[in-house]
Design a binder for this molecule. Sequence first.
Ligand SMILES: Nc1ncnc2c1ncn2[C@@H]1O[C@H](COP(=O)(O)OP(=O)(O)O)[C@@H](O)[C@H]1O
Ligand SMILES: [Mg+2]
Length: 324
Amino acid sequence: MSLVPVLKVNNLSTHFHTRYGVIKAVDGVSFTVAAGKTLGLVGESGCGKSVTALSILRLIEPPGKILSGEVWLNGYDLLRLPSRQLRQVRGREIALVFQDPLTSLNPVLTIGTQLAETIVSHEEVSRAEARRRAVELLLRLGLPDPERLMRLYPFQLSGGMRQRVMMAMALSMRPKVLIADEPTTALDVTVQAQILAELKRLQEELGMAIILITHDLGVVAAVADEVAVMYAGSIVERGPVAQIFDRPAHPYTRALLRSVPRLDREELVPVEGQPPSLLNLPAHCAFLPRCPQAGAACWGEKPELREIGPGHAAACHRLFPWAG
Ligand SMILES: Nc1ncnc2c1ncn2[C@@H]1O[C@H](COP(=O)(O)OP(=O)(O)O)[C@@H](O)[C@H]1O
Ligand SMILES: [Mg+2]
């Protein structure tokens, strides 16, 4: 496989300085995504997935601060690009579908106006052509009666519809990289499957790389090529989707997989214990208090991601007792 990484994230750290202490929301995250491929970014709620996405586009606001890292796209480090250039890259080269779509739609403009404006601002097409394309995209994303939808305002839409409108908005710019943050959570299972299938088709058409953020491992199994598992602001395991599902190495990944309902198993086993507070994280492995495999080495330094197979890495002392 000769996969060209289109987006490369190196050692990204974003912290929030609050009066209670420092929240290490993202702490030394690195990954790459190849053109035409999908990376599934998974982990329990609060582990830093959304902050990772926002950091990549430099959309972090105080009290948050990106402390370190590089985000390479097209030979540019987005974290160091002048703001004016960065604005040109956003949307056109890399687009983010936010987890909460209401905050990112303009409340006083109709869906049609917003979609058409987005298209016209990125491409030399007439307004009529832009509207025609917008209708087609809405239809492809499973929205019934798109002509009527174009005349509505964001508040008149359900959460699920707004999510799909945001998706249409992002896709209409034909970005090289699409980051979709929990894009199907507000949708019922049938619509979810339809959107994921359509996303796959558009990905093939455009050669787009996708980072799909979700807490739903079923979604990841269905669409991802690679998986990165996040825990307490760090990636604890990453690898090809088949490896992660067939041979999960990190105790947290194993626990997550056990918590997924399956046809051959009635019981759903939740991951034991509480997700950690990202406030004042310990110096050792953050999973230690919940880990069924914990041993003496785990009280040492926080384990780093290490290669355990081709393209497969995990951060766990118990897998590398000699390195602990
Ligand atoms: N504006 C903010 N101020 C303070 N803490 C924040 C802010 N945004 C996010 N966080 C914290 O960062 C951590 C990661 O959040 P987030 O990335 O939204 O998690 P996820 O998307 O994985 O559910 C959480 O502990 C959250 O409380
Ligand atoms: Mg989130």
